[in-house]
Design a binder for this molecule. Structure first.
Ligand code: ADP
Ligand code: ASP
Ligand code: MG
Length: 409
């Protein structure tokens, strides 16, 4: 008898009929004699609806109360799914994150899981029940409800699978695996049979929302076998695994993109020690994460300093920079929040030169201007104008012949 953790995302439980469909799917897995723990998200659109309600009252809602509010979405789904399972004749029991005791730190709205008490779940499994756990939430040491950041149900599932040493963690969603890029943007995208943790981690951190980055981190760290599959069809999906020598090596495995970017530039900054920290310091103090950074040296002993932030932080970052600009005696601050980041990811890049030049040439051939560049061992990212997102993704997909790898969409 094996133990599986299944996770069903928002679209998969978006209506009562779909919840019934999930119950039937879980039931079939149970019939095969395995133990099943199910983690569910809120019904699709629900978390966004709750965020919007809060923002009607407070522009920056109180984080503790936000977590009390947001955690309700998942609580609805666990109860409805258990009812559907009971209806089909499968004994089931639902738990919120706090009831399981998924212990987290106290960083409200972006808490990290610290420990999971598995006793209650083990007892219920021994009694022959299917366990249904609310994703995306936990409880802090002091007993406050916490949430794990958007997309956090993936992390709940992986963490439970790790804590209970499950045989596999299945992430069921509205696509049948991890693709070479988002199939909504490039219909020629292909499903990957396997992808390494390292590549998946890069793809998630560069904007592919198919898996939450913390879930991938956790699975890699605790060696949890992880698979992404379709809720609505059959098929083996995509296995996320450690690199092994037999793995067929594609040069590039995917293209990720992030629409949530904005860039800011301080022009004409006196070029002297400490300037970078004077610029970035106040931004970090305001809890704004800085992503790509570029500094140019100009001939007149001044420099331009450019960096990117999340688009939600753009207005605040601009305000802070105006202040810094005056203090430093810089010329002016400019910004642009209609930019996106497009990235090529692949462990095969390590051993191949020339990827960057092919990337830059194919974008140039389409008249796409590159505004910023950053590279690491297994990725190359460029910032381009937002209007070029689809064109850039499709151009690169063609240039690297990604429709020739994996299986058809
Ligand atoms: P869920 O609600 O099940 O958690 P998400 O919306 O979070 O689902 O993630 C699934 C979506 O991720 C897909 O519908 C797809 O549009 C998007 N996506 C982005 N990049 C990729 C990729 N490389 N492969 C597959 N799906 C991707
Ligand atoms: N419901 C949460 C969200 O929409 C968590 C999740 O779906 O994973 O972000
Ligand atoms: Mg998701």
């Amino acid at each position: 008898m094996a133990l599986y953790v299944h996770k069903y995302g928002g679209t998969s439980v978006g209506t009562v009929d779909r919840i019934r469909n999930v119950a039937a799917k879980v039931g079939r897995a149970r019939e095969r004699g395995d133990d099943i723990i199910v983690v569910v998200s809120a019904m699709s659109g629900e978390t966004n609806r709750l965020v919007a309600l809060a923002r009607e009252i407070q522009e920056q809602p109180n984080a503790r109360e936000m977590d009390v509010l947001l955690s309700t979405g998942e609580q609805v789904t666990i109860a409805l799914l258990c009812m559907a399972l009971e209806q089909y004749g499968y004994p089931a029991c639902s738990y919120t994150g706090g009831q399981v005791r998924i212990l987290t730190d106290d960083a409200h709205t972006k808490a990290r899981i610290v420990d999971i008490d598995t006793n209650r779940i083990r007892r219920d499994l021994a009694d022959g029940k299917i366990i249904v756990v609310a994703g995306f939430q936990g409880v802090s040491e002091a007993g406050h409800i916490t949430t794990l950041g958007r997309g956090g149900s993936d992390t709940t599932a992986v963490a439970l699978a790790g804590a209970l040493k499950a045989d596999e963690c299945h992430i069921y969603t509205d696509v049948d695996g991890v693709y070479t890029t988002d199939p909504r943007v490039e219909p020629k995208a292909k499903r990957l049979q396997r992808v390494t943790f390292e590549e998946m981690l890069e793809m998630a951190s560069l904007g592919s929302k198919v898996l939450q980055i913390r879930a991938v981190e956790f699975a890699g760290k605790y060696n949890v076998p992880l698979r992404v599959l379709s809720t609505f069809g059959e098929g083996e999906g995509t296995l996320i695994s450690f690199e092994d020598t037999e793995m067929e090596r594609a040069l590039i495995s995917g293209i990720a993109f992030n629409r949530d970017e904005a860039k800011l530039t301080v022009e004409g900054v006196p070029d002297r020690p400490g300037v970078a920290s004077r610029i970035v310091g106040p931004i970090a103090e305001a809890n704004i994460e800085v992503d790509m950074i570029i500094q140019n040296i100009a001939e007149d002993a001044t420099t331009d300093f450019t960096f990117t932030v999340h688009r939600n932080d753009y207005a605040r970052a601009l305000q802070i920079l105006q202040q810094t600009c005056a203090e430093l005696g810089a010329r002016k601050v400019t910004g642009d929040d209609a930019i996106v980041k497009v990235s090529l990811v692949g462990v095969g890049m390590r051993s191949h030169a020339g990827i960057a030049s092919t990337m830059f040439r194919s974008l140039a051939d389409e008249g796409i201007n590159i505004r910023m560049i950053s590279t690491s061992e297994i990725k190359i990212s460029v910032v381009v104008d937002e209007k070029y997102l689809e064109l850039a993704v499709r151009t690169l997909h063609d240039a690297f012949e990604l429709d020739q790898i994996g299986e058809s969409a």
